[in-house]
Design a protein. Structure first.
Length: 126
């Protein structure tokens, strides 16, 4: 049930956005066991000058950063998260010209009571 926000430079092509979207979703399927139909994403396009980041941080050299924010249900292991980060960065960098260093991912976890998939119903609330 992840909800993904992808903050991206406006100059990124439609084709690259599709590749990024698929890479993230396929990485979630493989690492978090997310169902194939569970794909909820939004691209937030911003001017490059509105993406604020250092040139270097924690061994990464940034040039045109891609911020990926994943909100999901709590309970994934550190190993699952490491696998997700690795798969996303690897696949996005292979399918686009975005460098692995430029792929910045955060995860925000909550419990299943905090989700409504429509119709004003908390489908997962016990």
């Amino acid at each position: 049930m992840p909800f993904i926000r992808i903050y991206i430079d406006k100059s990124i092509s439609k084709e690259n956005k599709k590749e990024i979207s698929n890479a993230i979703h396929n990485s979630l399927i493989e690492s978090f066991n997310v169902p194939i139909k569970d794909k909820f994403q939004v691209f937030i396009e911003v001017d490059k000058e509105d993406l604020i980041f250092p040139v270097e941080y924690l061994g990464n050299s940034y040039s045109n950063i891609l911020f990926i924010n994943i909100t999901c249900k709590e309970g994934r292991t550190k190993e699952q998260k490491r696998k997700l980060y690795e798969l996303c960065a690897k696949t996005i960098s292979e399918k686009t010209k975005i460098k692995k260093d430029d792929i910045f991912i955060t995860i925000i976890e909550n419990n299943q009571d905090n989700w409504s998939f429509g119709n004003g119903i908390a489908q997962l609330m016990e």
